[in-house]
Design a binder for this molecule. Structure first.
Ligand code: DQQ
Length: 586
């Protein structure tokens, strides 16, 4: 990237502010650091079973697909350092989504249509006698950050690993017309085929402060025409990155082109300004190429999120091997850039999740892919164990820094749920969680897990439920928190997020769950510097990145706790040590 573009990016970054004044997961440009080689790669805090290259910066997952028996994951990667810059499409292949082998980068800047950058995009498998994959990605063509959409195809589709990719000379395929903001025009989706035999894709953009996802149609996947109107747009949401659009059903995953009576559609965007994502569920009208969110969906900042924590630029794909839709998301570091440079690496891909439609039709449900269970070792179990007010119990016999824990809590009554103050914002769980952390005694809750805890609890990341009773409708509200505020003893300065405050948020999301059986489940995947938690079977999911100093390796501990006045019972708890995959991108 040349200087004017660097300055432009810095300016954009400076202009980004979110609710709390903190931007996470941003692509801040550190011109002088973007090519500092990772000499000494620090192991502590590296994950063991999450997707990571051996060193350097990664961001968005790109073009995930299953082709000829192999899973492919491409991702935004800086081969020269641990900050964003020099981005190429790195490429890894796998047979099981757990063990990964890296192959050479698939796409890197080399042509006039991508000389200044090869940014995010998607893969589509074109059907036919011999189905063929094709990648669409965003190329940056000049110092003004002008964005176009290009394609790449495998040089040899019979190579099982698709190691070499060609960018044909008829690129770019899509250029912004005058009505489109050419420097906010990126991240083409996987294509879907309409009943008229035309392919569609959608591309993220903005018109002033309105988030826009443009629609393009093509007969042959090469010649694209812009639709008369966008697939979707929403006022006041700022630039839309990495849109994703796909069909869902209650029973399983669907290929991206499937439409029909029992099918709903999901539209997801990554909000450039706040660096979090939201999705809506709705109806797709292919004749008009309109997407209309269902009644009651919040189409904006307060919308549903895949993950209420550190999760961005996600992308889903249909896995025909197991008939499921799989979601990949990127989690950036939440420590400082200086720390990242020192560590020699930054960013991980989270454990892929299957996504299905909840039977209510009102939200998605996510669950870690079943393959991750092959890494489970040394199972420990607890059954029918009461936790009275202030009690906690240590879960021993596993490596707590690298674990999978699945627990079902039950309680006898909802009577002690705290009143929900109508002045509180029911969309801002995070604020409520930072006010009412795991140590603030409640009625029903807080109860849950203390993950990555040190012996004397100098450090810990609690993941817990707290229940409230809304006076108005006599309705209960369940809040799930993943609170990083006490996760490390590292001083604030070391842990500062790029000159801003230390970034240790009390991430939280409400859980829309039926409490009839008075039970709540929680599963956490713990991996040295990441805790991914799935509340109520995956109805609400939160990821935290944390950097303990004492609770590392064999010194980390795991507890179940209750700080509410109502006794809760651990109906069942199963926990495992998680082993390292045999191959991780060596
Ligand atoms: N990251 C890519 C862009 C995308 C952003 C650049 C989202 O294509 O909009 O690395 O994180």
């Amino acid at each position: 990237m040349d200087l004017p573009l660097t300055l432009l990016c810095c300016l954009i970054t400076l202009l980004l502010v979110n609710n709390g004044g903190i931007v996470q997961g941003s692509h801040d440009v550190f011109a002088q650091l973007r090519s500092v080689p990772a000499v000494d790669v620090t192991q502590v805090h590296r994950t063991a079973y999450h997707f990571q290259p051996t060193k350097n910066w990664i961001n968005d997952p790109n073009g995930p697909m299953y082709y000829n028996g192999i899973y492919h994951l491409f991702y935004q990667y800086n081969p020269k350092g641990a900050v964003w810059g020099n981005i190429v499409w790195a490429h890894s292949v796998s047979k099981d989504l757990i063990n990964w082998a890296k192959v050479e980068p698939a796409i890197y800047p080399s042509q006039p249509f991508d000389k200044y950058g090869c940014w995010s995009g998607s893969a589509t498998i074109l059907p036919g006698k011999t189905p063929k994959p094709i990648i669409l990605y965003t190329g940056i063509v000049d110092e003004n950050n002008t964005q176009v959409q290009n394609y790449a195809v495998p040089a040899d589709p019979t190579d099982p690993y698709l190691r070499k990719w060609i960018k044909p000379n008829n690129n770019p395929l899509v250029v912004a017309d005058k009505s489109v903001n050419g420097s906010s025009f990126r991240d083409p989706t996987t294509g879907w085929l309409g009943p008229d035999g035309n392919w569609r894709i959608t591309i993220g953009s903005r018109r002033k402060h309105r988030g826009v996802s443009y629609l393009y149609r093509s007969r042959d996947f090469i010649h694209w025409t812009k639709g008369k109107h966008p697939l979707h747009s929403t006022a006041g949401t700022g630039n839309w990155e990495c849109p994703d659009f796909f069909p869902v059903s209650v029973s399983g995953g669907l290929d991206t082109s499937v439409m029909g009576p029992n099918v709903k559609h999901v539209f997801k965007v990554s909000l450039d300004e706040t660096r979090y994502e939201y999705y809506t569920i709705g109806k797709y009208y292919p004749e008009k190429d309109r997407y209309i969110p269902d009644k009651g969906m919040i189409d904006g900042w307060d919308g549903l999120r895949y993950d209420y924590g550190n999760f961005y630029a996600s992308k889903s794909f249909f896995d025909p091997k197991k008939n499921r839709r799989i979601l990949w998301g990127w989690a950036n570091e939440s420590d400082s850039t200086e720390m990242d440079v020192k560590k020699g690496w930054a960013g991980i891909q989270l454990i892929p999740r299957t996504i299905v439609l909840d039977p209510s039709g009102k939200q998605l449900v996510q669950w870690p892919i079943e393959e991750v269970e092959t890494l489970r070792r040394n199972e420990v179990q607890l059954r029918s164990l009461k936790l009275a007010k202030g009690e906690k119990i240590e879960i021993t016999g596993i490596t707590a820094a690298q674990a999978d824990v699945d627990v079902t809590f039950s309680f006898n009554s909802l009577d002690k749920a705290e009143p929900f103050d109508p002045r509180w914002d029911k969309y801002d769980g995070q604020k409520l969680c930072s006010r009412k952390g795991s140590t603030v005694q409640g009625g029903l809750g807080p109860f849950g897990l203390l993950t990555l805890a040190s012996h004397n609890l100098e450090e810990y990341t609690p993941v817990f439920f707290r229940l409230f009773k809304a006076q108005q409708h006599n309705k209960h509200l369940v809040l799930l928190c993943s609170d990083a505020s006490r996760s490390t003893l590292m001083d604030d300065e070391t842990n500062m997020k790029d000159g801003r405050d230390a970034y240790r948020p009390s991430f939280a999301g409400f859980v829309d769950v039926d409490l009839k059986d008075k039970k709540l489940t929680l599963r956490s995947l713990i991996d040295n510097s990441v805790v991914e938690s799935f509340g109520a079977g995956g109805k609400t999911v939160i990821t935290s990145r944390v950097y303990p100093t004492l609770a590392v390796y064999e010194n980390a501990r795991l507890y179940a706790f209750n700080n509410g006045t109502e006794t809760v019972k651990i109906e069942s708890l199963n926990a495992w040590s998680m082993s390292k995959p045999l191959y991780m991108n060596q």
